[in-house]
Design a binder for this molecule. Structure first.
Ligand SMILES: Nc1nc2c(c(=O)[nH]1)N[C@H]1C(S)=C(S)[C@@H](COP(=O)(O)OP(=O)(O)OC[C@H]3O[C@@H](n4cnc5c(=O)[nH]c(N)nc54)[C@H](O)[C@@H]3O)O[C@H]1N2
Ligand SMILES: Nc1nc2c(c(=O)[nH]1)N[C@H]1C(S)=C(S)[C@@H](COP(=O)(O)OP(=O)(O)OC[C@H]3O[C@@H](n4cnc5c(=O)[nH]c(N)nc54)[C@H](O)[C@@H]3O)O[C@H]1N2
Ligand SMILES: [Mo]
Length: 707
């Protein structure tokens, strides 16, 4: 028996009132966002009529972002793919005809089987490609991983978002660990560093506002005068990719003014003498010239941070992933994550740093993904961030077999991966067999041989972790699968059956998988009852040291990195494409998230797309005037990798020399069938082999100007 029809009534939930004849179902927001909200979906006669934030969940506090508040519009979208589709025109043309599930799955299984049957390492010609379209532990990678492990397919290195920063944290604090988000409300100084919280981390912003009301000072460090930056007391608009230089100069000032907590440094850190010597090479003047800000701004920030800590007041840093999408992103995160140890900020629960809380969750990934099904085989790993080049690589001794079959789920690589012209060229290969599991006919789906209709979060079970708070969440299905949609897990179960996989791993149902995810470490009955459960009650994780590194200390110096032949100490590494270094491409372009989209999700929801208008390039008036560009003009943005047309918005959000190509439009909604990733490169970061989306030089001209 599955309790899939157990429905939670409004009377259980205080403030949220359900209409007569309706009931409410507890869920979790599936999107790739630190907030992982608890949802209440109102269902009437089998139809979801409203999605609200759960007031009983402290982090959600009854509030949702504009996007997910529109969730029913996305789920019941008239363009949802509701039947399996088979390609009927050239790749990329978007022409498909409906087929039965049986036809689609039998054909797909036969195609994969033909590759595997060649024996040896041939199965590695098959590549799964997925990311976090849903963050659910079950619909993301459970049955899918089992399936590809059993096949012996290539593994995928999932680097597209957070692996530079993640590695930076691992080599400094020992994991994706840090402050508890709720305690930011009690901080006295908050540095919001590389984060547009109002857009991308709204529920953190609520705590920052509470702190502000209690007298805290908020400082934003971001090249863009974002929605968040303009609401902080101070904003340091540094050049993209220069955060490490700023952090080194802050250390310099903390040392020279003796704003240090020497006892904390002595007891709980490793490599301080070396770190100190390196930081002393970075007086504010040196960093200021790298960062494109004034020495006085750096001194003032150091004084705020150092003297506030010296008074015994909690100083906190909310970093986000925006600052690690450049060559030196991993090192920058290492330096920023080191700062709290200098002043002993970790002694307070409202002090320290938070980039990701993901390391707190005791998820049993092996139980979900079953790497044992590899049975001793060790397939190669393909980096998802270089999919453009890798799809175009021929077979070789070094690379192994060329990629012949691609199964994409929970991701839209043709829109989100860097260097689109290479990505598109790869997906357009006539000899590549591509299957896409999707809700919509995305840019990627246009290149599929088969599109398989997947369920949305309103239609399936899942359990969730979070990278912005420390609560596990459960998602119950609120409505029946729409049309002929199936869950990702069910699609892989049925493919496994057609491939003749007999391991019992391929018959486990979704509710069993949900229970497996946390095993005994989270009380599943609590999840079933209230939809969320806290996994970590530790208020001040490093107050007495106890870092998760090999030494148990905050590692300024990492022996593990040194053993890999890397610098054991963090440093400033200039961008591959440093701002101001090229006369052909004098502008640095970043492409941060737009408020009403979630990566490329929601771009096809009309009410949200209307709020964003058109693909926009924000530009400073001075840079526009120098090019004869007026507000609203259509421009050509270009570099050695490509050309992208969009509208210009002359805006004080941009500083001179930096432009913002606001993300992440579907190519087919663009002015010329491209998006900003036409311009970004496949070069990888210092740590974590992540993409360098914000390490990108361009030039801009009126669209009518000849090249
Ligand atoms: N509405 C909305 N919310 C989202 C997303 C979305 O697309 N839309 N994306 C989600 C995802 S996938 C993630 S990973 C998370 C976090 O995603 P992040 O990418 O961290 O998102 P933001 O916090 O919006 O943006 C980062 C900020 O970093 C700034 N920035 C760019 N380059 C630099 C730099 O070199 N140094 C510094 N200091 N700042 C820089 C940008 O201007 C931007 O304001 O957010 C999630 N939330
Ligand atoms: N230029 C530039 N590029 C970027 C970024 C940037 O800041 N600038 N940000 C990068 C970052 S941080 C990230 S995380 C990546 C994100 O890249 P992706 O993870 O590819 O994210 P989305 O674009 O949201 O695409 C997710 C897709 O999954 C589908 N989906 C959702 N739920 C399900 C489900 O249950 N089943 C199936 N089968 N499909 C589902 C959605 O319909 C959607 O089309 O993009 C990266 N690309
Ligand atoms: Mo991301």
């Amino acid at each position: 028996m599955t309790p899939s029809n157990i429905l939670i009534h409004s009377s259980d939930h205080g403030t949220a009132q359900a209409e007569a004849g309706s009931h409410q179902v507890l869920g979790a927001c599936p999107h790739d966002c630190p907030d992982t909200c608890s949802l209440l979906t109102t269902v009437s006669l089998g139809v979801a009529i409203k999605v609200q934030g759960n007031p009983a969940h402290p982090q959600t506090a009854g509030t949702l972002c504009a996007k997910v508040a529109r969730y029913t519009e996305r789920s019941y979208h008239p363009e949802r793919v509701l039947r399996p589709l088979k390609r009927s025109g050239p790749k990329g043309s978007g022409q498909f005809v409906p087929v039965s599930w049986d036809t689609a799955l039998s054909d797909i299984a036969a195609r994969l089987q033909a590759i595997v049957a060649r024996g040896g390492d041939a199965a590695q010609a098959i590549l799964p490609y997925s990311y976090a379209g849903t963050m659910g532990l079950v619909q993301r990678d459970s049955m899918s991983s089992r399936f590809f492990h059993q096949l012996g397919a290539s593994l995928l290195q999932r680097t597209i978002c957070a692996s530079a920063g993640g590695e930076g944290l691992v080599h400094t604090l020992g994991g994706k660990l840090g402050m508890r988000v709720e305690f930011f409300a009690q901080s006295k100084l908050i540095l919001i560093w590389g984060s547009n919280s109002i857009t991308s981390n709204l529920h953190f912003w609520r705590y920052a506002q509470e702190a502000k009301r209690q007298g805290a000072k908020l400082v934003c460090i971001d090249p863009r005068r974002s929605e968040t930056a303009e609401k902080c007391h101070e904003h340091l608009a540094l050049l993209p990719g220069t955060d490490a230089a700023l952090a080194l100069a802050l250390m310099h000032e903390l040392i020279t003014h003796d704003w240090l907590d020497q006892a904390y440094l002595d007891d709980h850190t490793l490599g301080w003498d070396l770190m100190r010597a390196r930081a002393l090479q970075w007086p504010p003047e040196r960093a200021a010239s790298v960062c494109g800000i004034s020495p006085a701004q750096i001194r003032a920030l150091a004084q705020n941070y150092g003297s506030c800590a010296r008074r015994g007041e909690p100083v906190a840093i909310r970093m986000n992933y925006g600052l690690q999408r450049v060559r030196g992103g991993g090192n920058a995160v290492r330096l920023i994550a080191s700062l709290p140890a200098l002043v002993g900020a970790w002694r307070h629960r409202a002090g320290g740093v938070l980039l990701s809380s993901g390391g707190n969750f005791p998820v049993n990934l092996d139980a979900l993904q079953r790497p044992d099904l590899l049975a001793g085989r060790r397939p190669r790993s393909i980096n998802m961030s270089t999919i453009g080049d890798d799809l175009l690589r021929p077979a070789s001794a070094e690379f192994g077999p060329a990629i012949e079959a691609l199964v994409v789920y929970n991701s839209n690589p043709v829109a989100v991966a860097p260097d689109s012209s290479r990505v598109v060229q790869g997906f357009a290969r006539s000899d590549l067999f591509t299957v896409v599991l999707e809700h919509f006919q995305t840019d990627t789906a246009d290149y599929a041989d088969y599109i398989l209709p997947a369920t949305t979060q309103l239609e399936h079970w899942d359990v969730h972790a979070s990278y912005g708070h420390t609560d596990a969440l459960l998602n119950r299905p609120a409505i029946a699968p729409q049309g002929e949609a199936k869950t990702n897990t069910q699609i892989f179960r049925e493919l496994a059956q057609r491939m003749g996989f007999s391991d019992p791993a391929f018959v486990e149902d979704d509710l069993s998988l949900c229970r497996l995810a946390y095993g005994e470490s989270v009380d599943f009955e609590v999840l079933l009852r209230q939809g969320f459960a806290c996994v970590n009650q530790e208020p001040a994780p490093f107050a007495q040291g106890g870092f998760a590194t090999p030494s148990g200390k905050c590692e300024f110096y990492s022996a593990r990195l040194a053993a890999q032949g890397l610098d054991g100490l963090p440093d400033y590494l200039p961008n591959y494409e440093p701002p101001g270094s090229s006369t052909h491409y004098p502008l640095a372009m970043i492409s941060p998230p737009a408020r009403n989209f979630l990566n490329s999700s929601f771009v096809n929801v009309k009410s949200l797309r209307d709020l964003e208008g058109a693909p926009l390039l924000e530009m400073h008036a001075q840079d526009a005037a120098a090019r004869g560009i007026n507000d609203g003009a259509t421009v050509r943005v270009f570099n050695q990798r490509g050309v992208h047309h969009c509208k210009v918005k002359i805006s004080q959000r941009a500083r001179p020399g930096v432009v913002h190509g606001m993300g992440l439009w579907w190519r087919k909604y663009g002015l010329d069938g491209t998006n900003v990733n036409q311009l970004t490169s496949q070069k990888l970061t210092d740590l974590g082999q992540a993409p360098t989306f914000y390490d990108c030089l361009v030039e801009v001209a009126l669209a009518s100007t000849p090249a």
